[in-house]
Design a protein around this ligand. Structure first.
Ligand code: NOJ
Length: 556
């Protein structure tokens, strides 16, 4: 495999509204990010992906862009942003922005012009169709609930399409002029020094533009909108063109948010000459979300998660690299989600980090994860900001959940769990702001915060630093970056154990997710492991190794 500059890098996601506020308005901003670059550097981070900061009405927290060429004033100015790029460069760090081009905001001038004249040039920037029999053109349920078609104002029988919220109209990728506008904008940012993009919801750009009506899959008479996307061929042509005209000439790093990828498209997406550098491995994220909605969710089954992760590692070995995550701004906190209750403590958090950061792929850490932040339940549904949470809550009630049950589901699954301010220290508002924070600060910030953990050699934060340092150490980096992942002791249902093997060199990773000891006979392995590289508990190596609950070990 041809080596690329980003293969051995560690990435970190910033959700800017909640990261660090420098001007006391209660909202995180660019100068706040700049003030924490040294902190990120000390953690070992190279690549920083920042969720959208473009001008936006913030209906979906910035994933609804009204001007692709402007920084929203909440976050600062273009000059601040350029300063961020320069400060990152000084530290050998790379900044990625979010590329949200499946849709824009209803406040984007293209959409305003399209609504004013649906048959004119800008009407063709969107999907505008006639209704059928006095109803919407087809029967799709959007990602945030409700029909994907809404009326063009002032028109009797014209509708525009939105896979997400009605204020996030989908852009018509079939129109070459739209594609050229998008590429122009991407190059404008890359020319400024942006190092790449995280690419939002990209599978949705190719649709079956006949928009057929399908068999409903719910009592609402609708069918999930992904049904249409699955029915569309030709996305590779769009993405090949996008890469040729933007990423390739800039040698950019790109990470795709891709759900429902057809297996046969894997190589085209992330193979050596793939459309993207990498894409997120969502193996774990899809396990507990429920097939239908919050009324049929379950807790993550550890063994299923482990085995599917190994399957995904094996599939990718000869193709390329996935980006490994345990949380992001759309998911609950990883510790609350993946750790059994008995292990939701510092040892468990270090174990979870060990299990996924040592895998093959590019590790992404989500802000606050490195100090072990957990879900932050709110008292009432009215205290939640996220549009998706409101939709899911209402659906759960509609399906017979009591308000208490629906709220409990919200506590576990809401996207707002990970969107609370980062805990920097134990001062008011966790040191996030001197003003009133836009979202509640979790009560546990006095115990879980950066300042405290920086001083503690045994903290979760210090452990993350050691893990990342190990990934990058000259003696081990080749194995950890490129080595094959070989599962071991899989008969132990609650053990996450694997070797990483490069030619004859290996390391062994063992994590005990069980609530009791697990004894392993290390002589059964082909290699003899003699050195502890990292562990979250004191350990003495011997052939019959006893791992206590939430114990994690990396051996050479
Ligand atoms: C995925 C983003 O991560 C999510 O936050 C957003 O709501 C949707 N795409 C729509 O852009």
């Amino acid at each position: 495999m041809k080596k690329q500059w980003w293969h051995d890098k560690v990435a970190y996601q910033i959700y800017p509204k909640s990261f660090c506020d420098s001007n006391s308005d209660g909202i995180g901003d660019i100068n706040g990010i700049i003030s924490k670059l040294d902190y990120l550097k000390s953690l070992g981070v190279d690549i920083v992906w920042i969720s959208p900061m473009y001008k936006s009405p913030f209906v979906d927290q910035g994933y609804d862009i009204s001007d692709y060429y402007a920084i929203d004033e909440k976050f600062g100015t273009m000059e601040d942003f350029e300063n961020l790029l320069a400060e990152a460069k000084k530290r050998d760090m790379y900044i990625l922005m979010d590329l949200v081009v499946n849709h824009c905001s209803d406040e984007h001038e293209w959409f305003k012009k399209a609504m004013a004249d649906p048959h004119g040039k800008y009407g063709d920037y969107f999907y505008i169709r006639e209704g059928k029999d006095g109803k919407e053109p087809s029967n799709y349920r959007g990602y945030f609930g409700g029909n994907t078609w809404d009326k063009v104002p002032g028109e009797d029988n014209l509708y525009y399409f939105h896979a997400f919220h009605k204020r996030q109209p989908d852009l018509n990728w079939e129109n070459p002029e739209v594609r050229e506008e998008i590429y122009k904008m991407m190059n404008w940012w890359l020319d400024k020094g942006l190092r790449g993009f995280r690419i939002d919801a990209i599978i949705n750009i190719k649709k079956n533009t006949l928009f057929p009506t399908y068999e409903p899959d719910g009592e609402d008479g609708l069918v999930r909108v992904t049904r249409n996307v699955e029915d569309a061929d030709g996305i590779n042509d769009f993405l090949r063109e996008m890469k040729e005209k933007t990423f390739a000439p800039h040698n950019a790093f790109t990470v795709g948010e891709v759900f429902n990828l057809k297996k046969e498209d894997m190589v085209a997406f992330v193979g050596e000459d793939g459309h993207f550098s990498t894409m997120f491995d969502f193996t774990g994220e899809i396990l507990d979300t429920g097939h239908r909605d919050w009324t049929d969710t379950s807790r993550i089954d550890f063994t299923e998660w482990r085995d599917l992760t190994f399957k995904s590692q094996a599939e990718m070995q000869d193709i390329g690299f996935l980006a490994n995550i345990v949380e992001n701004h759309d998911e609950p906190r990883g510790a609350s989600r993946y750790l059994p209750e008995y292990a939701c403590n510092d040892d468990g958090k270090k174990m979870l980090a060990t299990a996924y950061i040592m895998l093959r792929g590019i590790p992404f850490i989500y802000q606050g994860q490195e100090i072990g932040m957990v879900n932050c339940p709110r008292e009432d549904i009215s205290c939640y900001d996220d549009i998706a949470s409101h939709d899911r809550y209402n659906k759960a009630i509609g399906r017979g959940f009591t308000p208490a049950q629906a709220l409990e589901a919200c506590h576990r699954h809401s996207r707002d769990n990970a969107r609370t301010p980062v805990h920097w220290d134990d001062s008011d508002n966790a040191g996030f702001t001197d003003g009133t924070p836009w979202a509640p600060v979790d009560k546990d910030y006095k115990e879980i915060n950066v300042a405290k953990q920086e001083k503690d050699e045994n903290s979760v934060l210090s452990y993350y630093k050691k893990l990342i340092a190990l990934r990058k150490s000259p003696n081990y980096s080749e194995r950890i970056v490129y080595g094959e992942t070989i599962p071991v002791f899989t008969e132990e249902k609650m053990l996450f154990g694997y070797e990483r093997k490069c030619e004859t060199d290996t390391i062994l990773v063992l994590c005990n997710f069980a609530d009791k000891d697990i004894t392993l006979d290390l002589t059964k392995l082909q290699k003899k492991y003699t050195k502890v590289l990292l562990s979250n508990k004191p350990v003495e190596l011997c052939d019959k190794l006893v791992l206590t609950p939430a114990e994690a070990l990396i051996l050479d």
